[in-house]
Design a protein around this ligand. Sequence first.
Ligand SMILES: C[S@@+](CC[C@H](N)C(=O)[O-])C[C@H]1O[C@@H](n2cnc3c(N)ncnc32)[C@H](O)[C@@H]1O
Length: 195
Amino acid sequence: MDPEVIEVLTRLEMRDEQERAQGLPGAGRIQALHPDSARFLYVLALARGAKGIVEIGTSHGYSTLWLAAAARVNGGKVVTCEVNPERIAAARGNFAAAGLADVIEILEGDARETLRGRSEPVDLLFIDSEKSYYESFFDVVYRRLVKGGLVVADNALSHQDELEDYVAYVENHPNLESVLVPIGRGLEVSVKLEG
Ligand SMILES: C[S@@+](CC[C@H](N)C(=O)[O-])C[C@H]1O[C@@H](n2cnc3c(N)ncnc32)[C@H](O)[C@@H]1O
């Protein structure tokens, strides 16, 4: 990975760790993905050769940068969705500093709306956003997901109650195989069987 990407990732990891240690509420933190989950996601994206990557929940762009580093290797791009304008501005700065802005498109607004009408194939969908909308986020992208495409949803262990319906939904879906991976805050990983 390029040194400028590592520099931005390290800065964001340190900030997230400090904010969590201070006990700040979610809205006052950058809420970055757990570093172990981020590396796992990066490896998955590389292994899948994912070119079409969609992320829901950008915040300051920590997980986006991992996905974008893989997208660059794979010759693809990341479309990332965020509703908070201040976070979008911070993410833009981080994407530029990491030298990855050219492989990232930001959709500004509620992902349930901004992803409607898009038609490019999706190899990997990463959901790390408002917990009560996970099924809606999944639904708005599902038809674009290719055969063998992956859906990774964060917080399956840390927010088990809130994600109970989502997990039941993907684990009982006839066109998916799913598994809960106990890494970081818990990743629910699903693969689409038929396109
Ligand atoms: C946990 S944070 C994402 C962290 C990010 N993945 C990272 O690793 O740095 C969740 C983000 O989802 C955003 N969000 C909440 N509801 C949303 C929606 N309906 N559409 C798009 N983004 C949303 C929040 O503003 C917040 O920044």
